[in-house]
Design a protein around this ligand. Structure first.
Ligand code: BTN
Length: 330
């Protein structure tokens, strides 16, 4: 039985307030009684509590706190993103696994998840702390038709989607730390790592890796001052599947806005509204010479505009330099 059948049974049970009869399930999903029964069995093994009452049908009582393929697929209200979810218990890095799957023919919009990453990767060769079962370690596979130079902007698109998804599911005031971190109360809750396989004028695939610290209670000393989780900031745990669902739904919407102009024209205003330290002093750590200025938000290409004395605007390119907040955010 395919995971998709289980996802569809789960989606139908989730949508129904009371009992859903076996007959109704068969008709709605166009599957046999045996297929329904097998799906319910498998879901029960996976930790879903499903009540079965004769002459009434099935009723979903409770969900496990898992981030399984079924859980995510059954929630997603997207049209192409996450139609195929690959979920693993343990991988080295979901980005590495996604790259392999992309080379092996995984379709555009596939999503890769893992409970445990043994070698989670951060930007600039750093590692990413990925404790088991308490974060969203997720990579998206895209096979777009645009030119490779547009790809770096997708990191900013993803940051926008993550900030919006977190705001909606938790009520926390998530902000974007340009270009690609999401922070809550000035501490990092999410990092994004975009990787690409391309020729000069042709993209084979892009992998957007996203790590969201959801229910992590404590961090190693090296990052304890700068990292946080949704749990630590809100004082309660969250369903990882609910957060991942909203982030992906936002990403599909944001990506379609991005694709219209192949830049950030359509997202720029909301990105800038979510930008940490906007209109505040920043220090640009340019290897050619550091300087201070006022952050004025991004332009349509995603470059940060930094105003210097005399009102001249300097463009800061992501990837080349770091920007630190001087008063207020780090
Ligand atoms: C950073 O802030 O340095 C980027 C961190 C990116 C972490 C995510 S977790 C899922 C995906 N798989 C990885 O190995 N890295 C990204």
């Amino acid at each position: 039985m395919s995971g998709t059948t289980r996802s569809r049974v789960l989606a139908a049970l989730r949508e129904t307030e009371g009992y859903l009869s076996g007959q109704e399930l068969c008709e709605r999903l166009q599957i046999s009684r045996t297929a329904v029964w097998k799906a319910v069995q498998k879901l029960t093994e996976d930790g879903y509590r499903i009540e079965a009452v004769q002459n009434k049908g099935y009723r979903l009582l409770s969900l496990p706190e898992t981030l399984s393929a079924e859980e995510l697929e059954s929630r997603l209200k997207t049209s192409w993103l996450g139609k195929k979810v690959y979920a693993y218990e343990t991988v080295d890095s979901t980005n590495n696994r996604a790259k392999q799957l992309a080379m092996d023919g995984a379709v555009n919009g596939s999503v890769v998840l893992a409970e445990i990453q043994t070698a989670g990767k951060g930007r600039r060769g750093r590692s990413w702390c990925s404790p088991p079962g308490s974060g969203i370690w997720m990579s998206l596979i895209l096979k777009p038709e645009f030119m490779p130079e547009c790809a770096p902007m997708l990191t900013l698109v993803m940051a926008h989607s993550v900030a919006m998804g977190i705001r909606e599911t938790t009520g926390l005031e998530a902000f974007i730390k340009w270009p690609n971190d999401v922070v809550v109360n000035r501490k990092k809750v999410c990092g994004i790592l975009t990787e690409m396989s391309a020729e000069v004028d042709y993209i084979h695939h892009i992998v957007i890796g996203c790590g969201i610290n959801v229910n992590i209670a404590g961090f190693p000393d090296e990052i304890a001052q700068t990292a946080t989780s949704l749990l630590n900031e809100a004082g309660r745990t969250f369903s990882r599947a609910a957060v991942a669902e909203r982030v992906l739904e936002w990403f599909e919407k944001d990506y379609e806005i991005f694709i219209k102009d192949l830049d950030l024209t359509g997202l720029r205003d909301t990105y800038n509204d979510l930008l940490a330290g906007r209109d505040g002093m920043v220090r640009v750590l340019d290897p050619k010479g550091e300087y201070n200025g006022i952050s004025r938000g991004i332009d349509a290409r995603g470059e940060l505009l930094v105003e210097q004395e005399g009102k001249t605007l300097r463009k800061v390119y992501a990837g080349e330099v770091s920007v630190r907040g001087i008063y207020g955010y780090s």
